[in-house]
Design a binder for this molecule. Structure first.
Ligand SMILES: Cc1cc2nc3c(=O)[nH]c(=O)nc-3n(C[C@H](O)[C@H](O)[C@H](O)COP(=O)(O)O)c2cc1C
Length: 173
């Protein structure tokens, strides 16, 4: 039985209900990186999705207030690094007060031949060309055409749900 039913058309009430409902949407955690004007940027994100296999592409949603937004708006290519379960500290750092280069202080960060910063022991890294974007509400939606992929095993990603970090467990039965 639903505990709360929101039928209001007040956008603020619906947004609050949406925020509450999304607490049960388990998401893999990524760090998106880009390079712009000689500086590296990194940001923790969960609003990330596969988009198409033809062409291979991904979609990311970045708040207009985030330091990554301006470089991406200006067309900077980006890399999506899926974090492993033990990399919660990297997620916290890349969502925290430190900005720019300071976010690369923790983790085995490398530079790809394409110039992207990537995390060598991430679950996977998707190297993307920034091919399209649109603004919607508080966010920018950026589409990346995937040029190259690196991945590691075993698969044990960092998961974010209900405001907490965890890891995946196979359901019983
Ligand atoms: C688990 C988690 C997921 C997040 N997902 C997103 C996201 O998908 N998009 C976004 O714009 N910010 C997201 N954030 C917030 C940014 O990581 C954070 O606000 C970051 O500091 C960006 O702003 P700044 O680079 O200006 O500091 C997330 C934060 C956390 C902890």
């Amino acid at each position: 039985m639903p505990t709360d039913v929101t039928v209001a058309h007040d956008p603020a009430l619906v947004a609050a209900a949406l925020r509450k409902g999304l607490r049960s949407l388990a998401k893999a955690v990524v760090v998106i990186t880009c390079r712009h004007g000689g500086q590296r940027h990194a940001m923790t994100a969960t609003a990330v999705s596969e988009l198409s296999m033809d062409p291979p592409s991904m979609l990311i949603c970045v708040n207009k207030t985030a330091s990554l937004f301006e470089p991406l708006s200006q067309g900077a290519d980006f890399c999506i690094n899926i974090l492993a379960a033990h990399q919660g500290g990297i997620s916290t750092l890349c969502a925290g007060r430190e900005k720019g280069e300071a976010r690369f202080a923790v983790g085995d960060w490398r530079q790809s031949a394409l110039g992207h910063a990537y995390l060598a022991d991430a679950q996977a890294s998707f190297f993307c060309r920034n091919v399209a974007n649109m603004a919607y509400g508080t966010h920018g939606v950026f589409i990346g055409e995937v040029l190259e992929v690196l991945d590691t095993a075993p698969i044990n990603p960092l998961v974010y749900m209900d405001g907490r970090y965890g890891s995946f467990a196979v359901a019983p039965g």
